[in-house]
Write a protein that binds this ligand. Structure first.
Ligand code: HEC
Length: 155
C-alpha cells in the first residue's frame, strides 16, 4: 500500500522523494511524460533505481536517443563509444554521467561538444547546446540537493 497514506510522519527519505517529484513536475509542466510514470514514484518500492538514472531517463536521455544514437549506441552500425545514446537507459546513464556536470550544466562535456566543438549538431550548434544544457539543468533541479547517488561529477 502507498506508505504515505499511513497515519504517521513521512520519513525524511519520503519527503525528499516528494520534493523531487514536485520539482520535476514544475520543470516538466507535468505533461505526463515525466518520471511520474516510472522510477522515482514507484509507490510500492520507493526509489527502485538510482534517482539520477530515473531523471536522466526523462530529461537528457531522449535528446541523446534522438540525436546521437546513429553512432553512440551499441546497436549503431558504426558503434562509437561512449554509448550514451544506448537503447538501455542504465547503459546510457553509465556512459553519459561522466559527461554531465550537475553543478555547472554548461560545463558538461555533452554541452561543450556541441557549443565549442560543433560535434554532430542536429540543427545549429548554439541552439542544440542550449537545449542540452536545459535538459541537464532539469536533471540537476530534479535531484535532491544532497543527492549523492552515483553522482555525475563533471569531466
Ligand atoms: C556521425 C557519428 C556521430 C554522431 C551522430 C555523434 N557522435 Fe559523438 N563521437 C563520434 C566519434 C567518431 C567520436 C570519437 C572521436 C571524437 O572524439 O570525435 C565521438 C566521441 C564523442 C564523445 C567522447 C569524446 C569526447 O571528446 O568527449 C562524446 C562525449 C560525444 N561524442 C558526444 C556526442 C553527442 C552528445 C552526440 C549527439 C549530439 C554525438 N556525440 C553524436 C561520432 C558521432
Amino acid at each position: 500500500m502507498y506508505p504515505l497514506l499511513k497515519l504517521k510522519q513521512p520519513t525524511n527519505r519520503q519527503k525528499r522523494v516528494l520534493y523531487s517529484i514536485l520539482v520535476v513536475c514544475l520543470v516538466s509542466a507535468c505533461d505526463g511524460s515525466g518520471p511520474t510514470e516510472s522510477g522515482p514514484t514507484d509507490r510500492t518500492r520507493g526509489l527502485s533505481v538510482d534517482a539520477g538514472e530515473a531523471y536522466f531517463a526523462t530529461t537528457v536521455w531522449p535528446l541523446l536517443r534522438t540525436n546521437c544514437a546513429d553512432c553512440h549506441s551499441d546497436l549503431a552500425l558504426t558503434k562509437q563509444p561512449p554509448f550514451l545514446a544506448s537503447d538501455d537507459v542504465t547503459a546510457a546513464y553509465q556512459a553519459a554521467k561522466t559527461q554531465i556536470d550537475l553543478t555547472e550544466p554548461a560545463a558538461s562535456r555533452l554541452v561543450v561538444r556541441l557549443r565549442n566543438e560543433f560535434h554532430n549538431c542536429w540543427t545549429q550548434c548554439e541552439a542544440d547546446a542550449a537545449e542540452m544544457e536545459r535538459q541537464i539543468s532539469a536533471l540537476a533541479a530534479a535531484l535532491p540537493a544532497n543527492y549523492a547517488g552515483e553522482a555525475a561529477g563533471g569531466d
